[in-house]
Design a binder for this molecule. Structure first.
Ligand code: MN
Length: 227
């Protein structure tokens, strides 16, 4: 294939216990999917799910060092269960949606909260608050074939060893199957799509030098250092 410049590399995630890599297509995120986090953001907790995106190349596979982003003085962490799709479709019924899941990962939805808050106030898009470079550290994918579907596991995040976020997946307002079904009404989902499924309460501001460690019981852990 002839290109006017070399095409960007395909973004890939490691799959636990396998040689083959998971090729990422799109990265969707659910806003406010835990009632306690919606409440701390001052939002109605019974709203239907809504979605935003991060660019696939904003992912930081495996975590590690993440450069503190420009244009913010309020960077915040959100620990999330990430769904990795192996099948897609449109109008997927909730009772068939889990069949689309290849596996699960642990992700940090890093957020420039000051930019997001300003965007909310003005009715502007969230992209610059949410979809910036290195805004999506993510762990290896654990295949459903090995770990099954996480039910009521713990989800937690520590900053410099101090617990900041601690919840249960069962607190999700919209369960994984409902999230997939709802999102597939808006867009055609495809293999390689990731869905960050929202965060429990306890989001807080982090600064250069901070170490963020988080995990989802039965899925894995992720560690990032802000440099
Ligand atoms: Mn989030």
């Amino acid at each position: 294939m002839n290109h006017v410049f070399p095409p960007a590399a395909q973004v890939v995630l490691h799959v636990a216990g396998r040689e083959a890599l998971f090729p990422v297509r799109r990265v969707y995120c659910v806003g406010r999917n835990y009632a306690d986090h919606a409440a701390e953001m001052g939002a109605d907790t019974r709203e239907p799910p809504f979605f935003f995106s991060k660019p696939a190349d904003a992912l930081v596979p495996g975590g590690g060092d993440v450069t503190y982003p420009p244009m913010t003085s309020n960077l915040q962490h959100e620990i999330e269960l990430v769904v990795a799709l192996g099948k897609g479709g449109s109008g997927i019924p909730a009772d068939q949606a889990l069949e689309c899941v290849f596996g699960y990962a642990v992700g940090f939805d890093l957020t420039r909260r000051d930019l997001q808050s300003r965007a909310k106030d003005k009715g502007h898009p969230w992209d610059m608050g949410k979809g910036f470079d290195q805004s999506g550290p993510i762990s290896d994918v654990q295949p459903v074939a090995v770990v099954g579907h996480p039910g009521n596991g713990a989800i937690w995040l520590k900053v410099n060893g101090e617990l900041r976020q601690s919840g249960k997946l069962a607190q999700m307002s919209w369960k994984v199957a409902e999230v997939i079904a709802n999102l597939s009404n808006y867009v055609c989902l495809a293999p390689g799509d990731l869905i960050f499924t929202g965060t429990p309460a306890g989001v807080s501001t982090v600064v250069r030098g901070d170490v963020l460690e988080g995990g989802v019981e039965g899925v894995g852990e992720l560690k990032v250092r802000l440099v």
